[in-house]
Ligand binder design. Structure first.
Ligand code: NDP
Length: 420
């Protein structure tokens, strides 16, 4: 028996919520809350028509306002809150969970909406100098809740999507079952899907474009090495997808894995991009459309990247037209019983299969399923531990079992192609 409050009802949330309904042993009651409640109402209606046994209610919430979130938590009295809104809302929702003493789960690292805000900007510039990477997000803001969550006796599970999320569970699983020591990790994220548009993003455009237009970086010998955007390119032949160009990006799980697995000498993250995507992105960047700083347009303040988001297709609408597969996984190299060992753990997910099952494309699917799994493990007590943790800090076995059970089966290849 459990009551869950879900905040956000976009592409990822719609998958997570439908998957919670498939796991009605754990999830018995859910409140779907978002800024636009009509999306929550439509999903509730769809699930009820399908005969779900989960008791669903809906609510409007502004998750930028801590008092609004606290009010809803006090009214609904959930055991946990699943935050599948945007990274901008992470700290507000964590504060509300702390106030009400309920567990907190999310899929993405905090970053501020306004990167020009002076107090945040000063701390950011100090961090860039001290740590050596310039991404707008880092874990320090959420890790700062560790003692407060411990004192309140509540669990904060950070980043339970696919990457971060499953990639970190793959690391814990590799360490538990395959290695005495892991020396290098290459995380490979390949989307071989085609939606037929010249340019669209597979999850929230603002968050996605901020991430991929930023400098790249990787972790080596205990420190960050930063690169220019898309400076490092490799070609990889992905099982069930084929050969693709991939580029080194900064990614949030590198920070947590570098801290929690200090033996690892190098951690890199690569994502595939087609030439058309890169050409469009470069052009948009060159004309200033990716800027997060407000400009004045005909007497009204607008943020260019938010205006662009309004023009691009809604990622949740890509499902019916996207064909092809994703392949996301990690290549680990290290030592077992004194001998060198290399393994590649990955999942392949088919866009059209996801659409047939839940009406969504594979990027939302591969994020929403792990969001449900992480939440189920916290609610069932298997991953309940007061404090704030990433997914590599728990026993990976139950999570790996549930990935297979809920649509994301994985493969361990003991003789993979390597990335030079
Ligand atoms: P969408 O933009 O599709 O959905 C976001 C949802 O949050 C919308 O329903 C939106 O409501 C709601 N929302 C936004 N602001 C507020 C607010 N202030 N108060 C209440 N609700 C709000 O995003 P996605 O579903 O694509 O992404 C969701 C999250 O998943 C993001 O944090 C993203 O970074 C993360 N993600 C993680 C991945 C991983 O592998 N770890 C991969 C992909 C995404 P409305 O519709 O009314 O605007």
């Amino acid at each position: 028996m459990s009551r869950l409050l879900v905040i956000g009802c976009g592409g990822v949330a719609q998958v997570a919520i439908q998957k919670c309904c498939q796991n009605s042993k754990v999830f018995t009651e859910m409140c779907l809350a978002s800024r636009t409640v009509s999306k929550c109402d439509a999903l509730k209606e769809k699930l009820e028509k399908q005969g779900t046994s989960v008791k669903i209610t809906t609510a409007t919430v502004n998750a930028d306002d801590v008092n609004d979130v606290i009010k809803l938590i006090k009214e609904y009295k959930p055991e946990a809150v699943l935050n599948v809104a945007l990274p901008y809302q992470d700290l507000v929702i964590m504060d509300a969970c702390l106030e009400c003493k309920v567990d907190y789960i999310d899929t993405a690292n905090y970053e501020p909406e306004d990167t020009d805000e002076p107090v945040w900007r000063a701390a950011y510039e100090k961090r860039c100098k001290e740590k050596g990477f310039t991404a707008y997000f880092d874990y320090s803001y959420q890790w700062a809740y560790m003692d407060k969550f411990k004192e309140a006796g509540i669990t904060g599970l950070l980043g339970t999507g696919f990457d971060p999320g499953v990639t970190s569970v793959f690391t814990a699983y590799a360490k538990k079952h395959y290695f005495d020591e892991i020396h290098t990790i290459d995380i490979l994220d390949c989307n071989g899907g085609d939606h037929g548009y010249a340019f669209a993003t597979n999850f929230n455009p603002e968050i996605n474009l901020r991430e991929v237009s930023a400098n790249g970086s990787y972790w080596e010998d205990g420190h960050w090495v930063e690169t220019k955007p898309m400076e490092i390119k490799r070609v990889y032949d992905f099982p069930q997808v084929g050969q693709k160009d991939m580029y080194l990006l900064h990614h949030e799980e590198i920070e947590a894995l570098g801290k929690n697995f200090p033996e690892v000498k190098r951690i890199r993250f690569f994502m595939t991009f087609g030439q058309s995507y890169l050409d469009h992105m470069r052009c948009l960047e060159d004309v200033g459309m990716l800027s997060t700083s407000p400009i004045n347009f005909e007497g009204k303040e607008i943020v260019p990247i938010q205006f662009l988001k309004a023009l691009l297709p809604d990622p949740a609408s890509l499902g019916p037209r996207t064909v092809g597969k994703t392949n996301i996984g990690c290549i680990f190299r290290g030592i077992k019983d004194g001998k060198e060992r290399t393994i590649y753990i990955y999942n392949v997910c088919d866009h059209q299969e996801c659409y047939k099952e839940l009406g969504s494309q594979a990027i939302s699917y591969t994020t929403g399923v792990p969001a449900m799994i992480g939440t189920a493990l916290v609610l069932s007590g298997q991953w309940k531990k007061p404090g704030v943790y990433t997914t590599d800090e728990f026993d990976p076995d139950p999570y790996m079992d549930m990935l297979g059970e809920y649509g994301l089966p994985w493969v361990v290849d003991e003789n993979p192609q390597l990335v030079d």
